[in-house]
Design a binder for this molecule. Structure first.
Ligand code: E4P
Length: 217
């Protein structure tokens, strides 16, 4: 499973990228706001740092304007994936932009039927939002499972990009089901390394090592 970082924070992306943990990046208007940066400038910097797909989201609501914005965003770098909302207009824009050979990430997907439409419109990535479904007491992981089954039934090549990931359990479930990609905030990716038994075991080893009175260096 590929790891995308859900962030527009250059320092956080760089730290994970140095460890080889970053296969791509996703941003959205809320993350651009949080970064306090200009969308074109920060997206360009991210594209220079990371060689994998970097999703940049349009903000227009009608298809023609989405296409125009998508073309402008795609000019930033070759690794831009134009992010479009899963609306009827978004699907129209997806068909046109993917037909031009641009990578397209269709976002704000909350049902398997929406994912089916995105695949038929030529999306490179479909982004089902797990956490926001969990927030309304619908199991977001079930949606990933359903989309995996449907895409495999018909051989759709659209990549399942599990999004709105809030917990380490979400990451493990996505990997088990076979999501192609997961995108998570940097803090969730870092938490994957933590386990209470690792901490307890290390603590014990350090105490015992001190008792030996030895040094390695
Ligand atoms: C994905 O592309 C979205 O930017 C993101 O995963 C949304 O996550 P949230 O629901 O935690 O805001």
């Amino acid at each position: 499973m590929k790891f995308f970082v859900d962030s527009a924070d250059i320092d956080a992306i760089a730290e994970l990228n140095d460890l080889g943990m970053v296969d791509g990046v996703t941003t959205n208007p809320s993350l651009i706001l949080k970064s306090g940066r200009d969308i074109l400038e920060v997206t360009k910097e991210i594209c220079e740092l990371v060689s994998g797909p970097v999703s940049a989201e349009v903000v227009a609501l009608d298809a023609d304007a989405m296409i125009a914005e998508g073309r402008k965003l795609a000019e930033i770098a070759e690794n831009i994936a134009v992010k479009l909302p899963l609306t009827w207009d978004g699907l129209k824009a997806c068909k046109v932009l993917s037909g031009e050979g641009k990578m397209v990430n269709v976002t704000l997907c909350f049902s398997a039927n929406q994912a089916l439409l995105a695949a038929k419109a030529g999306a490179t990535f479909i982004s089902p939002f797990i956490g926001r479904l969990d927030d309304i007491n619908i199991d977001g992981i079930d949606l990933i499972e359903d989309i995996r089954t449907i895409y495999d039934n018909y051989g759709f090549e659209t990549n399942i990009l599990a999004a709105s990931i809030r917990t380490v359990a979400h990451v493990q479930d996505c990997a088990r089901i076979g999501a192609d990609v997961m995108t998570a905030p940097p803090e969730v990716i870092k938490k994957l390394a933590s386990h209470p038994l690792t901490n307890a075991g290390l603590d014990q080893f350090m105490k015992d090592w001190a008792k030996t009175g030895q040094k390695i260096l």
